[in-house]
Design a protein around this ligand. Structure first.
Ligand SMILES: NC(=O)c1ccc[n+]([C@@H]2O[C@H](COP(=O)([O-])OP(=O)(O)OC[C@H]3O[C@@H](n4cnc5c(N)ncnc54)[C@H](O)[C@@H]3O)[C@@H](O)[C@H]2O)c1
Length: 255
């Protein structure tokens, strides 16, 4: 890379759950870094508006990551628009039972978390695999980045279903790295801490205070604190880094 080139120049990236929050921040930074980006989400209106704002380098597709049919259709449209695929960010997830202790979680809530947060990562990665493999065989550094959570590293209470799902994402990252490594594809994860975002508006102040006190860097975490780490894992130069889980959390949990 010469100094005039951008980090993700000419890279083709799909981001799930990109209509808002961290996914939106990843989409913005990937476009700024020179990538062509497909935003995939169930929130069509918001996703389309964001893609329109980001301009010619962005495109929105409807995709429910928990549905095989929806993933296949969305992936096909995405790859057609991108002309291939070099990078995937598995970001879509739900926290529907946040704040509840074990006995307060409904069975269907628990099941839905597993469907979106775990099965979704499997379905989307599986659908992306042939295209990432083709990119790698053409000399591109193909990569998958899974968005985990540091709650799975420190064992956050009142978040059991979500924590379990993110523990699975971390485990899958390592197994996928070994399976897909044979095809030249790297698979890593980042584990953000508690981010100030729409999805965490329900989180009580006491949990925010706990994070503030426990961090080595004592300030609130913003979505933008996570984006450069994501760009690194998607960049061509990071192709030999795989199977790793990087906490991006101001040092709340140290790996
Ligand atoms: N916000 C935090 O504090 C925090 C901390 C650690 C990790 N994370 C992780 O970061 C990622 C993004 O979190 P966020 O806080 O931005 O969440 P968010 O709720 O703001 O955004 C999630 C996006 O995913 C979409 N989505 C939900 N279900 C979907 C499905 N079935 N198919 C496709 N899209 C779907 C939503 O429409 C939304 O646009 C998640 O993986 C989350 O677990 C967030």
């Amino acid at each position: 890379m010469t100094s005039s080139q951008k980090l993700l120049q000419q890279r083709r990236v799909l981001i799930t759950g990109a209509a808002r929050g961290l996914g939106e921040a990843f989409a913005r930074s990937c476009v700024q870094a020179g990538a062509k980006v497909v935003l995939a989400d169930v929130a069509a209106e918001r996703g389309q508006a964001l893609a329109a704002e980001l301009g010619a380098a962005a495109h929105f597709v409807v995709m429910d990551v928990a549905s095989k049919l929806s993933v296949q259709a969305g992936m096909q449209e995405a790859v057609q628009w991108l002309g291939g695929l070099d990078g995937l960010i598995n970001n879509a997830a739900i926290t529907n039972s946040g704040g509840r202790v074990l006995g307060e979680i409904e069975e269907d809530m628990f099941d839905r978390v597993m469907q979106v947060n775990i099965k979704g990562v499997w379905l989307v990665t599986n659908a992306a695999h042939p295209y990432l493999k083709a990119a790698a065989s053409n000399g591109s550094a193909a990569s998958v980045l899974n968005i985990a959570s540091d709650t799975a590293l420190w064992g956050a209470p009142r978040l059991i279903a979500y924590v379990a799902s993110k523990g699975a994402v971390i485990s899958m990252t390592r197994s996928m790295a070994r399976e897909l490594g044979a095809d030249g594809i790297s698979v890593n994860a980042i584990a953000p801490g508690l981010v100030v975002s729409e999805s965490t508006e329900y989180v009580p102040q006491a949990r925010h205070d706990q994070y503030l006190e426990g961090r080595a860097i004592k300030r609130e975490q913003q979505p933008s604190d996570c984006t450069d780490a994501a760009l690194f894992f998607l960049s061509a130069g990071a192709g030999f880094v795989t199977g790793q889980v990087l906490p991006v959390n101001g040092g709340y949990v140290m790996n």
